[in-house]
Design a protein around this ligand. Structure first.
Ligand code: FMN
Length: 129
């Protein structure tokens, strides 16, 4: 089963969660603004996440999702970090669904910098889908 992890992180919290998910998924986490971030080959699961900024997601993450081809991404699994709100999970899910991409019900979330237990849970999340 092929998997990919993409994220956008301003201060490293979501990056840490992405790295743990990628560890579980046995792939490398790639920032959406990194060279080679595009999903050119079909994937079974795209793990995709970002932080919440002023109740929105970063425009780079939004722009990346707009490049996704619904025929190449079989399903997506969403993750996020924030100070308090889980709203980014809904925003990312809506953007993915607008591209015709199925999003699994379970998501992965941590309050700011994930702690050890959250990183272990993220790794399991990366294995599960
Ligand atoms: C400019 C800015 C706006 C933020 N707005 C919110 C917000 O509306 N709600 C919230 O719960 N957290 C908010 N946060 C907290 C971030 O979502 C949180 O620190 C998150 O873990 C950042 O992820 P990152 O380290 O991957 O960039 C904000 C942080 C910044 C810097």
């Amino acid at each position: 089963m092929s998997k990919a992890v993409r994220y956008y992180s301003r201060s490293g919290n979501t990056k840490a969660l992405a790295a743990a998910i990628a560890n579980g998924a046995n792939v490398t986490a790639v920032s959406v603004d990194e060279y080679g971030a595009e999903i050119n080959e079909p994937v079974d699961t795209l793990f995709i996440g970002g932080g919440l900024y002023a109740y929105g997601i970063d425009k780079k993450l939004k722009a990346f999702i707009s490049t996704l081809d619904g025929n190449k991404v079989k399903k997506a699994a969403v993750f996020s970090t924030s100070w308090l709100s889980r709203h980014a999970l809904d925003l990312i899910t809506k953007e993915l669904q607008a591209r015709g991409i199925e999003v699994v019900e379970e998501s992965c979330y941590a309050k700011n910098m994930p702690g050890v237990n959250e990183l272990i849970a993220a790794e399991e999340f990366g294995k599960r889908y």
